[in-house]
Design a protein around this ligand. Structure first.
Ligand code: SF4
Length: 342
């Protein structure tokens, strides 16, 4: 891609001090996000995807952050809190999984969006209120003038998430980070919120980072995919390449875990056996080795390499994979997966 990325992350490492020793929640992560594109960051709980987004926003309280995060050419690592505050809202904004915990129950949604606008633009009360109504209309809240005067508890879960998106976009940021924005919603509302994010992204040429545990969500809206495991990148590729044939056994496992439309009603859900790795005492080799069917099926020498030597992220043909025994794309056709997505 020719244009400079809006967000560029290089060798990002985030380490938390704990009673049991330092925990490296994100390890040597690099990725770019361009304007008008969506990067889906996928992985199970504990893979480091949310820590990555918090580090970008400068919200990694108590953690040591090394590496580089540049936003429109400006380095964010080491930036003073005062300067970060200026960027949050106007340059980058975040939408969280649970809007109820992010919205204040004592203030109307209109007041909260307007306040956000006033803080960043110093706008007058009436202008900020008008902006709040416009934003509610833009995210598809019916009767926005009236509903701006209502409180968060008067909105459904999906409508509250629309309010959060309205608030995030009120100051016209260029980067939107959405952390599991649809996880708490039912399937129909989830689809509506994803469509909303995709529409707004196109209209505003936003760069979007979508954090999710669900590859089905990624298939709907992402252009590129970053699969994380144990705090590291397992696979990075355009979304079509991942769904046409994942190269990393973990990505394959995530795809196999998606329910399919052509499954019989009594088909049990598939899950990746085992648990995510401990980040407190990481194994020397591939973090996925204890759960990896490809390593289990390999000969003793290959298996030992998986267990002892950490695979490096190697790039070719527009895809990067950290695996000693990557899958060949044509051994893993995943066409059916898209049909499973409502
Ligand atoms: Fe599996 Fe080995 Fe690849 Fe790790 S390096 S994903 S253990 S095959």
């Amino acid at each position: 891609m020719a244009a400079e990325p809006l967000l560029s992350v290089r060798d990002l490492t985030v380490t938390f001090p704990t009673g049991g020793g330092p925990v490296r929640a994100v390890d040597s992560l690099s990725f770019d996000v361009h304007r008008g594109r969506t990067l889906g960051i996928v992985g199970e709980s504990g893979s480091g995807k949310s820590v990555t987004s918090m580090a970008v926003m400068g919200l990694h309280t108590g953690a040591e952050v090394t590496g580089s995060i540049t936003l429109d050419g400006r380095e964010l690592v080491g930036l003073a809190e005062r300067d970060l505050n200026r960027l949050r809202g106007r340059k980058m904004a975040m939408v969280f999984q649970d809007p109820l915990s992010s919205l204040h129950p004592y203030y109307t949604v209109g007041e909260q969006i307007a306040e956000h606008h006033r803080v960043h633009f110093g706008s007058r009360r009436a202008a900020a209120r008008q902006r709040a109504v416009e934003m509610l209309a833009e995210v598809g809240i019916p009767e926005p003038e009236r509903r701006a005067g209502e409180y968060p508890h008067q909105f459904s879960g999906g409508m509250r998430q629309r309010v959060m998106i309205a608030m995030a976009l009120a100051c016209e940021p260029e980067l939107l980070i959405a952390d599991e924005p649809t996880t708490a919603l039912d399937v129909t509302v989830q689809a509506q919120i994803l469509e909303l994010i995709a529409r707004i992204q196109q209209e505003r040429s936003l760069a979007v980072v979508l954090i999710t545990h669900d590859l089905g969500v990624v298939a709907r809206v992402a252009h590129e995919v970053l699969v994380m495991y144990g705090g590291r990148a397992a696979e990075q590729a355009p979304v079509e390449a991942v769904f046409a044939g994942p190269a990393h056994p973990y990505t394959r496992g995530l795809l196999d875990s998606l329910p399919r439309l052509d499954d019989a009603d009594d088909t049990p859900l598939r899950a990746i056996p085992g648990s995510p790795p401990s980040l407190l005492a990481p194994a020397p080799g591939c973090a996925f080795a204890p759960r990896c069917p490809r390593a289990a099926a390999a000969d003793a020498d290959a298996r030992e390499r998986c267990e002892r030597v950490r695979p490096r992220l190697a790039a070719s043909d527009g895809r990067a994979v950290a695996c000693h025994l990557p899958l060949s794309p044509d051994t893993a056709p995943m066409d059916r997966t898209r049909k499973a997505i409502p």
